[in-house]
Design a protein around this ligand. Structure first.
Ligand code: SAH
Ligand code: SF4
Ligand code: F3S
Length: 407
């Protein structure tokens, strides 16, 4: 469950388990050991885990010897940990590792794909956005040393990785905990020089910290992908202040303008939340207006979810569920046509696609991503998985492109 960081933690866990002699089974009923790596970011993420643990009760009663373990962000919160202890006696083990940095560099990872890899560059978060649980589950921000990161990526490149995605909750503040002066842009420059690496991506950057140096990196570094995910959360400065985001609507739009003026073809992505406590209709209209101004290629959209013991949870001006859902629908009604228009602009163009997956239904259908992170479906060769191929775009909708390999 959860974000890319959790996904990557799962890759490390499976690496470790394979070293211990375990192997994957396809059916849950065949497993001797079941481990749930959990997320706390929204109520719904926790509910999914409770649902799965509920289903596992039956399995455990049929098969007494299986072991069930729970790890990840939920285990860092007293509320969810206590709930699991109370309601799910079928759980055998819970992990409450506090300092991820202490184990990371000794561990390998059993990566899902060998041609594209996640690499942690930092852990934790210091921002304490007033709605967010992450600083409480992942602890304080710490950067990995540049030498360690570079070594890991060089090694990945030797073993076939073409694309790296650098992970951190706020990559723009990379380096702040290091003894030496070394910025995120410096790190990108060094990675850009690694032989074998063809694409560099990163997640996530915070608008308050995005530097000119980074904005120029998009222009100067040939391997840095033409895609920026810059979570805005809300388009109203009043709401942004209540969220403790530390930038205004105007600051955000200025940064976006600068990014666009230096990199006119860059694809833009964001996270947007509706229904933060105190969000008025007028505030929400500001969000819609900002979405129209920026013209995002894609966006992750969320309905505000109360997280106990965060500052926003204690507010008495919570937005009614019906209003939240209504705003959510209206937001999608604005976002999707923009996405569709931006995707349709690719029709007729030749793009480089890193082929990632074969369709489960039809082996001659493959999919992959463009430099701009656009998903492309096309008829291809399964042997091309892991290769970058030229594809001509023939059609598009709000979510993906359809292409053809020119023969
Ligand atoms: N560090 C990243 C975000 C990690 S969480 C960043 O700041 O960009 C991913 C997204 O989940 C956030 O950007 C936010 O939009 C959403 N989110 C976080 N807490 C939430 C909550 N309590 N309710 C709804 N969405 C939330
Ligand atoms: Fe959460 Fe804000 Fe940190 Fe992102 S920057 S993880 S939203 S506290
Ligand atoms: Fe990620 Fe969810 Fe934890 S978003 S940091 S797994 S709370």
């Amino acid at each position: 469950h959860g974000c890319q960081m959790n996904e990557h933690d799962s890759e490390k866990i499976t690496w470790l388990l394979e070293k211990m002699g375990y192997s994957f089974v396809n059916e849950i009923d065949e497993a001797d050991f079941i481990i749930l790596n959990t997320c706390s970011v929204r109520h719904s993420a926790e509910d999914k885990v409770y649902g799965q643990l509920g289903n596992l009760k039956n399995l455990k009663s049929k098969k007494k010897n299986i072991k069930i373990a729970v790890c990840g962000c939920m285990m860092q919160r007293d509320e969810s940990r206590n709930y699991v202890i109370e309601k799910f006696p079928n759980v055998d083990t819970m992990d409450i590792e506090e300092n991820a940095l202490s184990i990371d560099d000794k561990l390998g990872a059993n990566r899902l794909y060998n041609f594209k890899s996640y690499v942690n560059i930092m852990y934790g978060c210091n921002n304490f956005c007033s709605y967010c649980i992450v600083p409480y589950t992942r602890g304080r921000e710490t950067s990995r040393r540049p030498g360690e990161i570079i070594r890991e990526i060089e090694d990945l490149a030797k073993h076939g990785t073409k694309e790296v995605t650098l992970l951190g909750q706020n990559v723009n503040s990379y380096g702040k905990t290091l003894d030496e002066k070394f910025s995120f842009a410096n790190l990108l420059e060094e990675i850009n020089d690694i032989k074998g690496i063809e694409r560099i991506r990163f997640m996530t950057s915070h608008p308050k910290d995005i530097s000119d140096e980074l904005i120029y990196s998009f222009k100067n570094l040939d391997k840095l992908c033409n895609f920026l995910h810059l979570p805005v959360q809300a388009g109203s400065s009043r709401v942004l202040k209540m969220m403790n985001r530390k930038y205004t609507r105007e600051d955000y739009l200025r940064k976006i303008d600068k990014v666009k003026s230096l990199n006119p073809n860059i694809a833009l992505s964001t996270d947007i939340m509706v229904g933060f406590p105190g969000e008025s209709e007028e505030d929400f209209l500001d969000t819609l207006d900002l979405v129209k101004k920026v013209e995002y290629d894609t966006a992750f959209t969320f309905i505000y979810s109360v997280r106990e013991n965060t500052p926003a949870a204690n507010r008495t001006d919570q937005v009614p569920d019906k209003v939240k859902h209504d705003r959510f629908e209206r937001l999608l009604d604005v976002l999707y046509p923009i996405q569709e228009r931006k995707n349709k602009a690719f029709i007729g163009k030749d793009v480089d696609v890193l082929v990632e997956d074969i369709s489960k239904k039809n082996e001659s259908k493959v999919s992959g991503r463009t430099d701009e992170f656009k998903l492309v479906n096309f008829k291809g060769d399964k042997n091309d998985v892991g290769n970058i191929v030229k594809v001509r775009i023939k059609d598009a909708n709000s979510f993906s492109l359809v292409g053809e390999i020119e023969s």
